[in-house]
Write a protein that binds this ligand. Structure first.
Ligand code: AQP
Length: 345
């Protein structure tokens, strides 16, 4: 919960998506769709293509500009409006990097070393990965707090990072005797689609970096590809679709497919099972493919439309960066002053 007793700023939403490859259904249901819902609910919101996060691991320099535009195109195609929300690129607003360095000096090594995503991505090679990969969640705290954002819509995988942001905010406030200066941002995780799993392994999250393209539905997949991937999606040998939620126990792949159907159709898992319980996957999978195509095809078409005019995307992102800078600049000035930097007043 936000520390409302001491933080007196406005409620504000911030979230980001990395330009690390093709966006998938998990990114859409866990993040993009929520961004749009919050926008339509009237939240003051900033949505950022977090390119500084994308360079923490080896990346393709030539491809980065278009990958960045592609995330912006997906945001616009999903329904974000530059008039209602601030849409911009992280590296175009200097506050992120400055505050990240400051937070590197506030966060404790023990905090970042515990992050499971670092352990997953660094693996046995953790001595050789970039320092940036370790510091990634600290930069994420800076992304959020450079705008004093109070709420962060993310997928379940980001829960631990959000906890770190809260710890950094609290420690900054305490260390520099600035009670309530930074809010302790709250993750908005609940809701369908918070954790979409791989189509090939119900225990692994759907991810852009999974080497198997069959593990995910990409936002740019065409209808035939979506139908083929769903047809090939792993199920199990435990029989037909269960009739109730309890019957999903121990069936992670089936639970994932039912969850996706529910998130796309706006139905609860129980309602989906009411409809399909007792039927074979031969009936359920084509229905799932139909609903996925119906939902994603207009977004895919709009994405292609936006991508056909990169100059227009660039204009939108430049205008967004100006708006973002206007919010973060006074906050960073205050940070410098609180911390006693020379010339900060
Ligand atoms: N499988 C998922 N289910 C629900 N939400 C998800 N998100 C990612 N995967 C799922 C949410 O999407 C937002 C943007 O994520 P990101 O691109 O910044 O980074 P990520 O979480 O690391 O996503 P990927 O796809 O797994 O990328 P790679 O493979 O590059 O690491 C976040 O809100 C995230 O929670």
């Amino acid at each position: 919960m936000i520390d409302t007793t001491s933080y007196r700023g406005p409620d504000r939403v911030f979230s980001g998506i990395q330009p690390t490859g093709n966006l998938h259904l998990g990114n859409y249901l866990g993040a993009l769709k929520k961004f749009v819902d919050l926008q339509e609910a009237g939240w003051d919101a900033l949505y950022c293509v977090v390119d500084l996060h994308a360079i923490t691991q080896p990346y393709d320099m030539q491809a980065l500009p278009d990958q960045t535009r592609q995330i912006a195109a997906a945001m616009l195609a999903s329904g974000l409006s530059p008039e209602k929300s601030t849409i911009f690129v992280q590296s175009s607003v200097p506050a992120h990097v400055e505050l990240a360095w400051i937070f590197n000096c506030v966060a404790r090594m023990g905090w970042v070393e515990k992050m499971t995503q670092f352990k997953d991505k660094g693996g046995d090679n953790s001595e050789r990965v970039s320092l940036g990969l370790l510091a990634y969640p600290v930069l994420q705290a800076a992304d959020i707090l450079a705008y004093k954002a109070t709420h962060v819509p993310v997928g379940e995988d980001q829960k631990q990072h959000l906890e770190l942001s809260r710890n950094i905010a609290a420690r900054f406030n305490q260390q520099f005797d600035a009670p309530g200066f930074f809010p302790e941002p709250e993750a908005l995780i609940k809701g369908p689609g918070a954790r979409v799993m791989s189509l090939k392994d119900g225990l692994k999250k759907m991810s852009k970096s999974d080497p198997s393209d069959l593990s995910r539905i990409n936002l740019i997949d065409d209808a035939d590809t979506i139908a083929r991937k769903i047809k090939k999606a792993k199920t199990d040998l435990l029989g037909d679709m269960p009739a109730d939620v309890a019957g999903l126990e121990g069936r992670p792949e089936v639970e994932n497919l039912v969850g996706i159907y529910g998130a796309l159709s706006g139905q609860s898992v129980a309602a989906v099972l009411d409809e399909f319980g007792g039927q074979g996957f031969g009936a359920f999978k084509p229905a799932l493919a139909d609903i996925a195509v119906a939902h994603l095809a207009p977004i895919t078409a709009d994405m292609r439309h936006y991508m056909a005019d990169p100059a227009e995307i660039d204009r939108t992102l430049a205008a967004g960066a100006e708006k973002a800078h206007a919010v973060s600049d006074p906050i960073l000035r205050e940070v410098r002053s609180i911390m006693g930097f020379w010339g900060a007043g």
